[in-house]
Structure formats: structure tokens, C-alpha cells
Write a new protein. Sequence first.
Length: 168
Amino acid sequence: MSRSADVNALGVAIVLGDGVPAKCTRMNDDGALPTCVQGPDGQWHAEYPDSGMPGGGGFALLFVLAVIGGVAATAWKVSTARRMAPGAGMDEGDATAMTLLTDDGLEATYLASSLRGTPTTAPVVSAEPAATAPDAASRLRQLESLRDQGLVTPEEYADRRARILDAL
């Protein structure tokens, strides 16, 4: 049984038996240990696991997407605040500053715009008088005509006639 000694990346002496090379205990730059396999030719092959993010590319991509999302959200908030500012009676610059410098700036601009609303005009009064309700005599004649044509039953006629007379 042969033994070999080596120092790993942490400075710890490694003593291996049965001819396992010290390279099988060395960590790569990412801190991962290799998987060592002895091939049919008797040589040891150290294979380090693939991190899936060569050069930290996955994290960098996620970071860039987060920055783009943040910039887009900020641009949307500012444009929305500037669009609502005239309706709220505010200066567009003040609305922009309030949106960027306070937590609830956009919500405050929206609330002010909603509360102020659009100015209403006075209701239009028609020059023509409203149509008056038919008088009781004409309503009774119409009801009698409906009864004569068979469009209302005698019970309905009596009920409606009583209502018209009670309204007098």
C-alpha cells in the first residue's frame, strides 16, 4: 500500500492511500471538489462539477433583468404621475418629485386627481315644461276603454279604478 502526501487548498496535509493522486482533493476556483475516476488505462481523471453559471453569468443576467425591471417601473410611475398632475391641480415637476422621493407619492397624486375630478357644468334646464301626468278623468276613460276591448279583466279594472280614485 503506497501513501502520498499533498497539501490541499486550505493548507491541510492530505495523505492518500492506494495511489489516489492528490489532485483528487484539490478544490477548483468555485470551491468544488472533483469527482475522481480511474480510467481503464490506470490514469486518474479529476472532473469538476459544472456550476451551471460559467463566470457567474446566471447571476449577472438576473441582476441585469432586475435593474431593467426597476428602471421600467420607475419610468412608468413617473409618466403616470405626470399625466395625472394636471387633473390634481399639481405641477408636473412636483408630481415627479413626489413620486420619486416618497413611498406613497404616486398614490397621493392619484388620490388628489380623483378627489378633484373634472369640473361639472350646471344642469341644462329645458325651456319646455315637463309633460304633465294625465288627469284622473282621462285615466279612467282609458281604463274603461281597455276593459271594453277585453284587455283587462273586470277584477283588474276594479283594482285600477280604486287606485286612481284613491290618488285624488
